[in-house]
Each structure stands twice: as C-alpha cells, then as structure tokens.
Design a protein around this ligand. Structure first.
Ligand code: DQA
Length: 142
C-alpha cells in the first residue's frame, strides 16, 4: 500500500516561484527524490498535485482505502480549508504535514494551520528535504 504525497495549490510552480523562499527544485525534482528515498526505505509512493480544493478532498477520501499514510503540503489551503481538515479526519490514516518554508517566520496569516490538528508530525522550514524527512518518519513509526 503506497504512501500518498499530496501537494496543493501553486506547488506546480516550484522552481520558478519565489526561489528565495521555496528553493530552485521543481516539483518533478521533489517527486524524483521522494521516489528514490521511498525505494531505499521499502515504501511505495503516489505523488499528486492539484490546484483545486475539491480534488484534494476527493483524493484524501480515496486514501482511506488506497493508502497507508498521507504526506501533505496543502499550500495556502493549509490556512483556510476546513474541508481538507475534515477529509483528513475521515481518512483515519497517519498524516505528516510538510511546509517547504518556515511558515512561523513569515506573515501571521501563515501561522495557523487547519491541517496540524490531524497531523502526527509537522515539518516546516527544512526546504524540499522535508518531504524525505516525512518518509523517514513514516518508515520508522507507522
Ligand atoms: C507552503 C507555505 C504556505 O503558506 C504557502 O501558501 C504555500 C507553500 C510551504 O510549503 O512552505 O503555498 O505550504
């Protein structure tokens, strides 16, 4: 059963989007590093990106049957989406919340997360390596 790695809005623009904050790796680079790290850990991954809140909700609902855990960077929906919070609750899976940037040293509207109450672990500010740390965590704890 694969781990679902779910990316929310604007993460398809990684590499060109504000590289000072998000680095120069593209989402395809992140996917490649995750697949490599997962293979080394004996995990399978499904890697998904969507700019649409409802599509993220549907993918999380399906994860309940399809996946063993969820790694989620919900992008800006982190700070707004009760619907994603509720879908994660329904999924009843271990969740790791990832943010590439350290949201706590940025604007105050990034300091609240609707995802965190559903997360076993939260990784922020470690850059795109955070996704790999999340895989390490899941391989060791779930
Ligand atoms: C982000 C932080 C969010 O505040 C922002 O809206 C993003 C990316 C991060 O990975 O640092 O889109 O989740």
């Amino acid at each position: 059963t694969p781990v679902l790695i779910l990316n929310g809005p604007n993460l398809n623009t990684l590499g060109t989007r504000n590289p000072e904050v998000y680095g120069t790796q593209t989402l395809a680079d992140v996917e490649a590093s995750c697949r490599k790290r997962a293979a080394a850990l004996g995990l399978e991954v499904e890697f998904v990106q969507s700019n649409h809140e409802g599509e993220l909700v549907e993918r999380i609902q399906q994860a309940r049957e399809r996946n063993r855990a969820i790694i989620i960077n919900a992008g800006a929906y982190t700070h707004t989406s009760v619907a994603i919070h509720d879908a994660l609750e329904y999924a009843e899976l271990p969740v790791v919340e990832v943010h590439i940037s350290n949201v706590y040293r940025r604007e105050s509207f990034r300091h609240h997360s609707f995802i965190s109450p559903q997360a076993a672990a939260v990784i922020a500010g470690a850059g795109t390596l955070g996704y790999e740390f999340a895989l390490e965590y899941l391989a060791n704890n779930h």
